[in-house]
Structures are given as structure tokens and as C-alpha cells.
Design a protein around this ligand. Sequence first.
Ligand SMILES: Nc1ncnc2c1ncn2[C@@H]1O[C@H](COP(=O)(O)OP(=O)(O)OP(=O)(O)O)[C@@H](O)[C@H]1O
Ligand SMILES: [Mg+2]
Length: 280
Amino acid sequence: MNSAKPKPTPPGEVILEVKDLVQIYGKRPVLNGISFQVRKGETFVIMGGSGCGKTTLLRNLIGAQRPTSGSIHLFGEDITKISPQDLDRIRLRFGMNFQFGALFQSMTVGENIALPLQEHSQVDPSLIEMVVKMKLELVGLTGFENFKPTELSGGMRKRVGLARALALDPELVFSDEPTSGLDPVMTAVVDQLTLDSTRKIGVTAVVVSHDMTSCFRIATRLLMLGSGPRQGEVVAEGTPEEMKINPDPFLQQFLRGEADGPIPFRLSQDDYLKHLLGDG
Ligand SMILES: Nc1ncnc2c1ncn2[C@@H]1O[C@H](COP(=O)(O)OP(=O)(O)OP(=O)(O)O)[C@@H](O)[C@H]1O
Ligand SMILES: [Mg+2]
């Protein structure tokens, strides 16, 4: 492995570029020609209804699965084409905060946060201990290193997930639903942590969420993925102000959280079978 630390991406430069991304499950295109760019310093929020393909997209972006076609340039390299060794090298530059925390239940909070440091760097144990303390302080959980994840609330676990994603001081952090299942106050706390890490430490964030309040609180730019008849496509993309005035009925229904509109909620059993078989 090449141990030389790569030069960080300068502010404003493209850090992530997705072109014509297609992901087909069976015969069904879940993502169907998605393209967008994220620049260094942005908080880019990907939103969309349940099951529209947000996690699938994120898994592609971190190289956890390969797309059916299309390219994903991360720090200038197409991660859909590179070797596992090269992907490991790029993984040192980004952190991932998973949808369901993905903390190891048998390990303490401190051990969970220390894991990326132990796996990816030759850091002295006393330094690891210090980094763990610093990351816990950053997410407002000073002194919790010896707790097990099961001894924490959902909101605290989400914050440990974020601390672990920030363990290697990455340039870019991906977060999958960092506030789902949290009450409004805890949502605001986690949003503030995202804002702190982007504004104070300069981390670029790509966040998946369907919580509208949270999306508009943290985003510098948003992208909405379609579902139902618009499954797989980008419905809209823009700054929070641009999204609010975008007349797309699909987007507006989603932003207002209304039951009536083009977003389908009912699927017959026949349609569902067709959808699973890729015939619908
Ligand atoms: N490995 C897989 N194999 C087949 N189908 C899958 C796979 N992973 C996801 N899907 C399907 O792809 C669609 C998108 O799933 P995904 O988890 O990406 O949605 P999501 O937008 O993250 O949903 P949520 O908001 O509920 O987290 C769903 O219909 C799901 O059933
Ligand atoms: Mg998901």
C-alpha cells in the first residue's frame, strides 16, 4: 500500500463525480442514469422516498457494490474500475456513517471508534486513545468510551457512528439517514454536529435523508431521487432556495409531505410481483 498521504482536494474542486449511474437488481433498474457532482466543502443531501434507492446509491459511492454501468470518480479516480487495493487507499480519505449505526455490539464505544485507526494506520495505542477522546468530545459524548452500544440511546449511538466516521480525519463523510428515528431535539443536535464538522473542520458531507427539516437545515445543495413512475431518475437538484421554488409536482408533494399527488403509495400484489420480476 502507498503510505504517502495524498494532497487534500482544494476547496471548491470536484471531489465526487457520478456519471450515468445505473444499478439493476434482477431486471429492475433501481438507479437509471444518475449524474451529479459534489465539490469540496459542500453538504450535499440526497433525498427521496423510502425504497427509492438512496442506500443503493450510497453503497455504490463508497465502493461497497459495483454499479451495472456508469462511472464514479472519487478524488479523481473511477472507483468502479480500480483494484480492491486501490480502493482501500481511497477509503482512507472518506468516512462512512451507516444507516443503522453498524456498531459492533460486543465492543465498547471507544473500541468501535478506534477500529478504523487500528485497521488503517500504524498509530501508537496512546495516540489512538487520545483520538478516541477527541472524537467523543466532538460529538458531545465525553467519558462514554467504556459503554457498550446497547447501553446508549438511539441518538447517542448515531453520534458514536459519526465519531467513528470521523476517526481518520477524512476529507469526505457519507452519512445514511443520520437522524432517522430521533426526536426533533436530538435531530437538531445531530444536524448541528454535521454543520460543525463541515463548517469548522471543513469536511465535505454527502448525506442521505428523508427528513425534510433536517435536509434543509444542513444542505448547501440537494438532489431528489424519484420513485414509482420516476424510479431511478433525478427528479430535481439545486440549492435549498432553488428546490423550494422548483415547480416539479413530485418534488413539491415530497417537500410538503402531502398524501395527494404523483407519488404512488399503493401497489397491488400483481404490480408488486411484476416490479420484483422486472416486468413492470
Ligand atoms: N441487494 C439487493 N438486491 C435486490 N434488491 C435490492 C437490494 N438492495 C436493495 N434492493 C431494492 O432496491 C430498492 C432500493 O433500496 P434502498 O435500500 O436503496 O432504498 P432506500 O431509498 O435507501 O430506502 P429507505 O429510505 O427505506 O432506507 C428497494 O426496492 C429494495 O428492495
Ligand atoms: Mg436506505
